[in-house]
Design a protein around this ligand. Structure first.
Ligand code: GTP
Ligand code: MG
Length: 372
């Protein structure tokens, strides 16, 4: 029923367009039959003409939500934001160890069977600049999760163990990475191992249409070791250079929009969703729509589980307050109020629909995916 033009309103309330225009004319405003009216004006004129008008909001909310994802905010609202770097690669090639080393943590050691089961995101500081890393599982069964990680990302670091070279999941990652259309940096990892043949991997990369820069191509290949720390400074510098070239920016002063990377039910805290803010600032007390779930944000935790009160662009956080566990890989939106969030969530639930991040750019609906 949007937009509310004079003509639409006239039809809706059963009063001549002339009377509507006349009302505005008395007020010193000239409107034509095709002019759009603000909601308040529409309500006022309807009341004046003796009609109790109710404008049902929300029918176009889905479009508004998509628009808030797709369109950049005004130029003068945009500020620098940390780059989001997704780590992709074959199982066991050392992704988690690399991220652990960068953040001086030890996640890899605590993982069941040494295999990453879900996406995790962390922020580190380097030269007083924040960088957000998204660690993904390399296991074959987690392809969809990798696609999700690749979706929110600005830069991809493709980890290849030098003793193993390009493996099946490496190939899959190359295709995700290329689909994402973002810069790819190769970390040729485990270079601490004796007698590794780095030339072999360079050749394989060239065969996969990823000619290394040292051979005149456009792909930076950094020799690294998560074990010894070799090459990690160079890796971070290369990431920062790439980020500088692209100038990643977002408006921090708007209702937050972002993606849900993971979600689960925590015994003590209830539903916990691992979100990454893409635009705006997420605050405790915000009313959030996340796929088919909704809720008022009760607590925000940073990547070390410290409680924080808000999170700006590119910040990965865990939040408590959603009514149910959302599907991982959907977008979240801060809504005007809890009622609006609930309505959209319930409509989506009813229609069995939630957009899932599996391609970059426009999110697809579940229907799109099922019918594809
Ligand atoms: P998934 O998450 O299961 O895909 O694995 P991953 O890529 O995160 O690998 P992870 O960091 O868990 O490391 C796998 C194994 O390789 C572990 O036993 C690590 O200790 C070992 N490893 C990781 N990085 C290096 C490295 O640079 N050198 C050597 N020698 N071993 C490494
Ligand atoms: Mg891992």
């Amino acid at each position: 029923e949007f937009p509310i033009t004079v003509r639409n309103l006239s039809e809706a309330i059963g009063r001549p367009a002339k009377s509507i225009m006349g009302y505005f004319f008395q007020d010193g405003k000239m409107v034509t039959i095709n002019d759009e009216l603000g909601e308040e004006d529409a309500l006022e004129v309807a009341m004046e003409l003796g009609v109790d008008l109710e404008i049902k909001r929300g029918r176009d909310i889905e479009a508004e939500l998509l628009a808030s994802l797709d369109h950049d905010d005004d130029e003068d609202t945009m500020e620098w934001r940390p780059p989001i770097i997704t780590i992709l690669g074959h199982v066991d090639h050392g992704k988690t160890t690399l991220v652990d080393r960068l953040r001086s943590a030890n996640v890899a050691a605590g993982e069941a069977g040494g295999i990453t089961q879900h996406i995790a995101a962390y922020q580190i500081e380097h030269d007083e600049q924040a960088l957000t890393f998204v660690d993904t599982p390399g296991h074959a069964a987690f392809g969809e999760m990798r696609a999700r990680g690749a979706n929110v990302t600005d830069i991809i670091v493709l980890v290849i163990a030098a003793d193993d070279g390009v493996m099946p999941q490496t190939e899959e990652c190359i295709s995700h990475a290329k689909n994402a259309g973002v810069p790819i940096i190769v970390a040729l990892n485990k270079m601490d191992l004796p007698e590794v043949d780095d030339q072999k991997t360079l050749q394989q990369l060239a065969q996969h249409d990823m000619l290394p820069s040292e051979w005149g191509g456009e792909y930076e290949v950094i020799r690294t070791s998560g074990e010894t720390g070799l090459g990690l400074d160079e890796l971070v510098e290369t990431i920062q250079l790439t980020a500088e070239l692209h100038e990643y920016r977002a408006n921090p002063d708007r209702r937050a929009v972002g993606a849900c990377l993971e979600a689960f039910r925590d015994e003590g805290r209830g539903v916990i969703a691992w979100l990454i803010v893409q635009k705006g600032t997420l605050k405790v007390g915000d009313d959030v729509l996340c796929g088919t779930t909704y809720g008022r944000i009760r607590a925000i935790y940073d990547d070390q589980d410290n409680e924080i009160s808000e999170a700006g662009p590119s910040r990965p956080v865990k939040v408590a307050g959603l009514n149910e566990v959302p599907t991982a890989g959907v977008h979240f939106f801060v809504m005007e109020d809890i009622e609006e969030a609930r309505q959209v969530a319930e409509t989506r639930l009813h229609e069995g629909r939630a957009e899932v991040l599996s391609t970059r750019g426009k999110p697809r609906t579940l229907e799109d995916i099922l019918s594809a």
